[in-house]
Design a protein. Structure first.
Length: 255
């Protein structure tokens, strides 16, 4: 079994990824921070934003962490904290049909190699965790002070993987998702059943660890998707689609 060690973290820094807007939603002030940032972990490439009533801000990073097989023991970690302000377009709000307000999906991959043994015996290990914190900053199109945020962890499967020598080889993927239920969110923040959530603040944290003893571990985040569910007033949504008014509303959010 690989024995862990204490890692002294440096002061976190922040990278600004910018704003992403379409006709139904705006993801504003998208930033990434963490003790290992910079460099950024969730870009490049830059995220993409889809249209529709389930718009998705999708990250498909090409970065990874990798241990050195020449070292008796090597440990690499990466923690990335993504933050964003999610605002519905005028006349729209979050939580279609009393279902989910927001869905978070995270996936990645790993490759483990521990070829030598039994003396010395090589080992390789990887682990993956993810968590989120949600606050509300706008309800019924009015500023809202949310108090205690709503927080949780995402179950990733598998949460870890390991191999030992001689001849230890493994590769695979890990993934997980969570849907934040509308009624649960309203109850947590003390909202009336007919209240309309129009603005949210999301913080999402991903942690990767790779360790090896005379072996090699490579692991990465391959996809992170943030998908709010939009509820339209039919006449307002039709107007947005017909006039392209969605391109104009972002200025209101930034004033």
């Amino acid at each position: 079994m690989i024995v862990g060690c204490v890692v002294v973290a440096s002061a976190p820094a922040q990278i600004v990824h910018g704003d992403y807007t379409n006709s139904t939603v705006s993801f504003l002030n998208v930033t990434e921070s963490g003790p290992d940032v910079p460099p950024a972990f969730l870009v490049p490439p830059n995220p993409t934003l889809s249209e529709g009533l389930t718009p998705t801000l999708n990250f498909t990073p090409t970065n990874s962490i990798q241990t050195d097989p020449a070292l008796l023991f090597d440990l690499k970690t990466k923690t990335s904290q993504l933050q964003m302000d999610i605002q519905a377009a005028p006349g729209l709000w979050f939580g279609a049909g009393g279902g989910s307000v927001l869905q978070l999906t995270n996936s990645g991959s790993y490759t483990l190699s521990a070829l030598s043994g039994p003396s010395p015996q090589s080992q390789a290990f990887a682990s993956f965790t993810a968590s989120y914190t949600l606050a509300l900053n706008e309800v019924d199109n009015l500023p809202f002070s949310s108090g205690a945020p709503y927080s949780g962890t995402i179950t990733l499967v598998p949460a870890s993987a390991s191999v030992s020598g001689p001849g230890g080889l493994a590769s695979g993927t890990w993934s997980g998702n969570v849907q934040l239920d509308l009624n649960t969110i309203k109850a947590h923040f003390g909202l009336a059943p007919d209240s309309k959530i129009t603005g949210m603040l999301l913080q999402y944290t991903a942690n990767l660890s790779a360790a090896s003893v005379l072996g090699q571990t490579t692991t990465s985040v391959d996809n992170l998707s943030v998908t709010p569910t939009i509820v339209p007033e039919p006449s307002t949504y039709a107007l947005l689609l017909m006039t392209g008014a969605g391109a104009l509303w972002c200025a209101r959010r930034r004033r």
